[in-house]
Design a protein around this ligand. Structure first.
Ligand code: P6P
Length: 336
């Protein structure tokens, strides 16, 4: 049977009126940039791109960390496309405007170009996360930070690339979550995972246990019950996974269920949390909800958080709805 590619899938979404031609082309450009990032990531030490910036490679050029390379690939790929009014990246403090001589479009693109990059040097999977908003600013003016500060419910598309044993591209435009696997011979993303769905219940949790002493009481209680296993109030045993690469942990949950937590704790409280709202929590929350899961800060739905700053952080609890609802209930009703 002829294999459907990302391009064909997007054309079908456009024919069904679910996305515009411009959004289709934007997603294609992002996916192509992710392929280029994957090529660099998979070279590892061979490309002289591991390790810290500041050292010189054989040509005497300053070596760049992979996340800087990934950021440049995404910025350059999207500047000329004509679909964007502006971009925002974890790697760039300010909003990135489209060069004045390039055509502009009606979308805002936000991304974490290489999430989990601390895992690069130890050859553990990393990913790229992206989010698409509509530009609320009419007319030719350059959108400032304010234009980006929209709640996650306003996202028109969200997705990630996972540079793992296989390179995958996972996408939602608000009509389910769909996964694509890179066929390296063809160079195209093949539609391999239609309508990815997160099981309601699970026996697997993901959290950095080394932070236990810093957690707030509801998380202490919740994880304590998981660790009590079948003899405890949950009456079943739980397994734990922590890749310390959000895209990998979320992809596992999308594939077989689970609950992922980077909760508020005494260590990250002054920053508001660990993970970034606009280009980590929001896109992943849209994906998780579209796959039938849930995503909260522990106290409120992530997609309804009103952003105050472009790079703000939030606590994150996401995955199998039964578990996310329990953790959230423990925060909101400690006597429950
Ligand atoms: P910790 C990676 O740096 C990241 O932003 C996420 O991808 C990941 O879930 C988290 O931080 C890991 O944090 O504290 O376990 O190193």
């Amino acid at each position: 049977m002829a294999r459907v590619t990302l391009t064909q899938h997007l054309i079908e979404q456009q024919r069904a009126g679910r996305i515009t031609a411009d959004l289709r082309l934007l997603i294609e450009v992002v996916a192509r940039a992710c392929k280029a990032i994957g090529v660099n990531v998979s070279k590892g030490a061979l490309a002289g791109v591991l390790g810290e910036a500041g050292t010189d490679n054989v040509q005497g050029e300053a070596q760049k960390k992979l996340d800087v390379i990934a950021n440049e690939i995404l910025l350059q790929a999207n500047e000329w496309g004509g679909h964007l009014a502006a971009m925002a990246s974890e790697e760039v403090e300010e909003v990135h405007q489209i060069p004045f001589d390039y055509p502009k479009g009606g979308y805002l693109l936000l991304f974490d170009p290489l999430d989990g990059s601390s895992n690069i040097d130890v050859n553990i999977s990393v990913g790229t996360i992206f989010s698409v908003l509509s530009n609320p600013v009419d007319g030719p003016g350059e959108p400032g930070e304010i234009a980006f500060l929209q709640p996650g419910t306003e996202q028109v598309a969200a997705g990630y690339a996972l540079y793992g044993p296989s390179t995958m591209f996972v996408l939602t435009v608000g009509h389910g979550v769909h996964g694509f696997t890179l066929d390296r011979e063809m160079g195209s993303f093949v539609y391999t995972h239609p309508f990815m769905t997160i099981p309601v219940s699970t026996q697997e949790f993901a959290i950095n246990m080394s932070n236990m002493r810093h957690w707030e009481a509801p998380v202490q209680r919740y994880v304590g019950e998981l660790l009590e296993g079948v003899a405890g109030p949950r009456s079943k045993d739980f397994n734990m996974r922590w890749v310390a690469s959000m895209v990998s942990d979320v992809h596992r949950i999308l594939t077989r269920g689970g609950v992922f937590m980077y909760p508020m704790d005494a260590k990250c409280r002054d920053k508001g949390g660990k993970l970034r709202l606009m280009y980590e929590a929001n896109p992943m929350a849209m994906i998780v909800e579209q796959a039938g899961g849930a995503a909260t800060t522990g106290r409120e739905r992530i997609l309804e958080v009103a952003p105050q700053r472009l790079h703000q952080r939030v606590p994150v609890v996401l995955g199998s709805s039964e578990e996310v609802e329990r953790v959230t209930r423990y925060h909101l009703d400690p006597q429950s």
